[in-house]
Design a binder for this molecule. Structure first.
Ligand SMILES: O=C(O)Cc1cc(O)ccc1O
Ligand SMILES: [Fe+2]
Length: 449
């Protein structure tokens, strides 16, 4: 299946535009015109609505799609509980919230035959999935394509690959997601993840690794631009939705459903990825982070990282995000008389950071440092910022224009502290000496300087 996945992914076409009303049909005439639910849907298909918002939410936040499928989703046997593996869900109560700065190396190698869902490993989170608020941070490390199909009733999934490309076969069609891209799979949408990179044995050996933000709250949207103007940051047109593509498969297919924190399984007698046409706004997307238009200071001082927000999940309080997805993309630094890397700070928000590639400008890379596939957690009010090495270097640097283009880092920044899971708090790959990166920041104070 893996070799085929790359070939299939090469030929993909997309529909451009975040939040649009898109429509697509894999077979001409499959999409009804002028109505959603005709007495008999075209081509003998079943019409079905998938709601991502309450029916009555304001138009700007209202999300739903109509799917025209070979069988209605309702045609399935009972779900039964199955092993949650390393997946955990809010409320997170296995440990107490930790004020310490925490950092992890990448996940260890998975067992052979680990698919995307089995490879999910929850680091922590906040809120309450059943109350549709808060978020979870997961990592994944897989070495096998999924045969089964997955959907998450608990939230939307923002998938951030760090190594290994993925082919997402969704109810709405196919998305190719490489490191440097992110995929957004809405709540309840069924999909299967295949690994794009076939190993020398034509199969299972390469790993696919990355991060997932599970957003229990209001779905991600593009941030307001305010005085930035009508353009800038992530552009709506760079978010690509799939075109309709369906599986006409009769035969046993395992379908996994994450519901209020548990995995449930059912064996369908057909593939639920059988949507021949669709229209609507509750849709998956892929976005290439390198298309992000980075805005920064052209005078002095280091702007707050909110300037790098790609997507935001708002809360009921204006400006206070349930979770923001922020990217530190290649950019020029030109600030005069400025300490250019991230400043020392304590933040009321909680910050989980990951690294997709290269190095991050506030932290040393290399072994025992902040490395691709690793991550750090700086919870509410924890004191952090540049490590000693970065502080020494940046305080002495000659301030000529400088291109920062040796890395791609990101942050999930959330309104509530992230409580670690037991497995994250006790993990062997937790860096137990992380505090040391701020050791040796000597006093330089001298009133007579
Ligand atoms: O802690 C971090 O590295 C993230 C971060 C980056 C930045 O540029 C300013 C503040 C901030 O929290
Ligand atoms: Fe920070």
């Amino acid at each position: 299946m893996n070799g085929d996945a790359r070939k299939t992914a090469e030929a993909l076409t997309y529909l451009s535009g975040f939040g649009n009303e898109h429509s697509s049909e894999a077979v001409p005439g499959a999409l009804p015109l002028g109505r959603n639910s005709p007495q008999r849907a075209p081509l003998g298909l079943y019409a079905e609505q998938l709601s991502g918002s309450a029916f009555t939410e304001p138009r700007a936040r209202n999300r739903r799609s109509w799917l025209y499928r070979i069988r209605p989703s309702a045609a399935h046997p009972a779900f039964t509980r199955t092993d949650n593996g390393n997946l955990r869900t809010a409320p997170f109560t296995e440990t107490v919230p930790d004020p310490n700065r925490l950092r992890w190396d990448p996940l260890p190698e998975p067992e052979p035959g680990t698919d995307f869902v089995r490879g999910l490993w929850t680091l922590g989170g906040n809120g309450d999935a059943a109350q549709r608020t808060g978020m979870a941070v997961h990592l994944y490390h897989a070495n096998s394509s999924m045969e089964r199909v997955f959907s998450d009733a608990d939230g939307e999934l923002l998938i951030v690959p760090e190594s290994g490309g993925l082919l997402l076969r969704t109810e709405f069609g196919l998305l190719r997601v490489e490191p440097g891209h992110v995929a957004l799979v809405p709540r309840g949408v069924r999909f299967r993840v295949e690994l794009l990179d076939a190993g020398p044995d034509g199969g299972q050996s390469p790993a696919a690794r990355g991060y997932v933000c599970e957003n229990y709250g209001v779905p991600f949207e593009l941030p307001e631009l305010g005085p930035i103007g009508a353009n800038g940051l992530a552009s709506a047109r760079d978010f690509l939705a799939p075109v309709a593509a369906y599986e006409d498969v009769e035969g046993p297919v395992e379908v996994l459903n994450k519901f209020c924190g548990n995995l449930w399984t059912a064996t369908y007698d057909h593939s639920p990825l059988d949507v021949v046409a669709w229209h609507g706004s509750h849709l998956p997307y892929v976005y290439d982070l390198r298309r992000f238009n980075v805005i920064g200071s052209i005078s002095h001082d280091h702007p707050d990282p909110s300037i790098f927000t790609v997507l935001t999940s708002p809360s009921d309080t204006p400006g206070l995000a349930n979770v923001d997805f922020v990217v530190f993309a290649p950019r020029w630094l030109v600030g005069e008389d400025t300490f250019r890397p991230p400043y020392f700070h304590r933040n009321v928000m909680s910050e989980y950071m990951g690294l997709i590639e290269g190095a991050y400008d506030a932290k040393a890379a290399g072994q025992g440092g902040f490395v691709p596939g690793g991550g750090s957690l700086h919870n509410m009010m924890s004191a952090h910022g540049p490590d000693r090495e970065t502080f020494d270097r940046a305080s002495a640097a000659e301030l000529k224009p400088q291109k920062v283009d040796d890395g791609l880092a990101f942050m999930f920044e959330t309104r509530w502290p992230v409580t670690a899971t037991a497995q994250a708090a006790r993990a062997e790959h937790l860096q137990r000496a992380y505090d040391d990166v701020w050791q040796g920041l000597e006093r330089h104070f001298g009133p007579l300087h």
